[in-house]
Design a protein around this ligand. Structure first.
Ligand code: FAQ
Length: 336
């Protein structure tokens, strides 16, 4: 936690979110805490831009988790066995839980869940590009687990050391669960790859379709990443988009070999000098189009999400009524 100088108590309340005092002792305490790798906590003073950057990233992350439930949920009713169905249901439910941890982390920054959901539903906040692609076959569930969760872990393990305490702590639990998700995807693909020729072909087709969009999950190339420099200076991000993308490629190549599947990139080869795999050019035009809303499933995902929100209104209202009824009054009695 940052030093007591920056704590938002009764005497420092006016400086929440910056203002005339920033650049003074509060700012120096914040900078020193970040430099010393201490955690910034909700009641600590922080620059407005730091708060806004965190809300932007955490909200986008939370939205990704709940929109990310849709592509896989598409296969729950068609899972090939009871075991696979139970695993998939647990995984999709985990994603909902991740969304909740993250919305809670955003709330510690003073931004309500309703406001964030409203921004998602009206298209004012983003969610990950990856969830705008369709799940055409059962093998896509495996490819999502192996590649999408694999990319998510590569990106999120460093976020466990993010300078903002509530986000970093949420990430620890999320990464543990994502790790299980990644393994189930790998195991599913392995079963298909070692199955009949048709099953092998289905697994290969899924990997062919999910590989490039998974590389796009890490964000634009470093020279086009508008937020990276500042986010790294604040230790929100610990590595650049390209560094993490490269790490992911290096992890996946031997795993693809073990799976008996190929990655759809003719330029993929080990570079002895760099100590990394070289890989072919990413289609950034496709990435930008998906971000603009023109991906294969953008419309479908948002429409479904808005409908789920409307259909869930009665649950939220009932929960609020129940909470109000069971809030102890002044006498401590439960209202009838
Ligand atoms: N998709 O300047 P940068 C998961 C936007 S969770 C959409 O580089 P930054 C679990 C970016 O927001 C997956 N938009 O931005 C799961 C910014 O736009 P803005 C989600 C993207 O923040 C698995 C603009 O481009 N994970 O998969 C994307 O420094 C299976 C410029 O970019 C997270 O959110 C993209 N791929 O770096 C669930 C992790 N990339 O806001 C279900 C946390 C960039 O100015 C099933 N987030 N943009 O309008 C991060 O680490 C960062 O935010 C990055 C982007 C790395 C995503």
């Amino acid at each position: 936690m940052a030093t007591a100088v920056g704590s938002v108590g009764a005497d420092a309340g006016d400086s929440v979110g910056g203002g005339a005092d920033s650049g003074t002792e509060y700012e120096r305490a914040f900078d020193a805490a970040v430099a010393a790798d201490e955690r910034i906590e909700p009641r600590d003073w922080m620059p407005d831009a730091y708060r806004a950057t965190l809300v932007r990233q955490i909200a986008q992350h939370a939205h990704s988790e709940i929109i990310g439930m849709q592509p896989e949920a598409n296969w729950i009713t068609r899972a090939p066995s009871l075991r696979r169905k139970a695993i998939l249901m647990a995984k999709v439910q985990d994603e909902a839980g991740h969304g909740l941890y993250l919305y809670s982390a955003a709330e510690t920054l003073g931004t309500g869940r309703d406001e964030l959901l409203d921004k998602l539903h009206s298209g004012r906040q983003k969610y990950s590009s990856i969830f705008n692609y369709p799940t055409l076959t059962w093998a896509d569930v495996g490819a999502i687990g192996w590649l999408v969760d694999g990319a998510a872990i590569t990106n999120q393990v460093p976020l466990c050391r993010c300078s903002y305490g509530p986000y970093a702590r949420a990430m620890v639990r999320i990464c543990k669960e994502e790790s299980f998700h990644q393994r189930q995807g790998y195991e599913l693909l392995l079963a298909l790859s070692r199955g009949t020729p048709e099953q092998h072909a289905m697994a290969q087709d899924a990997v062919d379709r999910w590989w490039w969009p998974s590389l796009m999950m890490f964000g634009p190339p470093d020279d086009e990443s508008q937020h990276s420099a500042q986010s790294m200076a604040w230790k929100i991000k610990r590595h650049s988009n390209d560094e993490l993308r490269q790490r992911f490629v290096d992890i996946c190549v031997p795993q693809a070999e073990s799976l008996g599947l190929t990655l759809p990139d003719p330029d993929l080869r080990w570079n002895e000098e760099r100590g990394h795999h070289d890989f072919g050019p990413i289609d950034w035009t496709e990435f930008r189009n998906v971000l603009k809303g023109d991906g294969p499933c953008n419309e479908e995902r948002l429409t479904r999400r808005r409908r789920a929100h409307e259909e869930g209104a009665w649950v939220r209202e009932s929960a609020a009524a129940y909470a109000a009824k069971h809030t102890p009054g002044e006498t401590g009695a439960i209202r009838a």
